[in-house]
Design a protein. Structure first.
Length: 186
């Protein structure tokens, strides 16, 4: 197993650590959020690092192509679901975000059966970046941490809406650009 793949697996291992730090109740609310924030940022940066190293070291693998996006989806979905539990984001927003992931994964599976690979679009990359920024902001924007900083709460609210909007746009973009896969005759 090459280094980029090990980093991808490490990101998956960080998910239960992130959830334990945030939800276990062993820390004060502020400490829990800061600890979870540090783990989430580390995991998010590992996403960039494994891709960079895979390209730089010419170690792009089938395993990496498959597991890297799964690791990202698990990280983001786990964080958002935990933040629903804490009342930091509305459940319907998270349902929209996670539903998009299932829909696009289904489209990718159909395309793969037809011998096509659907690469991540620019909209999808922007969506992922905004979602990760949202999670970081929501971990930071909590009454136990910021109390009097209304501007940060406004930023969190804006990022929630941007995440939903970019999620919907990227889903539409994938469906529109790949609608022909549904017309494929067997």
């Amino acid at each position: 197993m090459n280094l980029p793949n090990k980093i991808t697996l490490a990101r998956i291992v960080m998910i239960p650590l992130f959830l334990a730090a945030l939800l276990s109740g062993i820390f004060s609310p502020a400490t829990a959020r800061y600890t979870a924030l540090a783990i989430f940022i580390t995991a998010s940066l590992s996403d960039w690092l494994d891709g960079f190293l895979a390209r730089r070291l010419k170690q792009i693998s089938t395993f990496g192509k498959f597991m890297d996006p799964i690791a990202d989806k698990l990280l983001v979905a786990s964080a958002l679901i935990a933040l629903v539990e804490l009342g930091s984001i509305e459940a319907w927003m998270v349902v929209v975000i996670i539903s998009r992931e299932f829909i696009i994964s289904g489209i990718r599976l159909i395309a793969a059966e037809q011998g096509r690979v659907i690469a991540a679009s620019t909209w999808a990359k922007m969506k992922t970046a905004i979602q990760m920024l949202l999670i970081i902001a929501l971990l930071f924007c909590h009454e136990a941490i910021i109390r009097d900083y209304q501007i940060l709460l406004t930023v969190c609210e804006l990022l929630k809406w941007l995440s939903v909007i970019f999620t919907v746009i990227s889903a539409y973009d994938y469906i529109y650009k790949n609608i022909d896969i549904f017309k494929h005759k067997r």
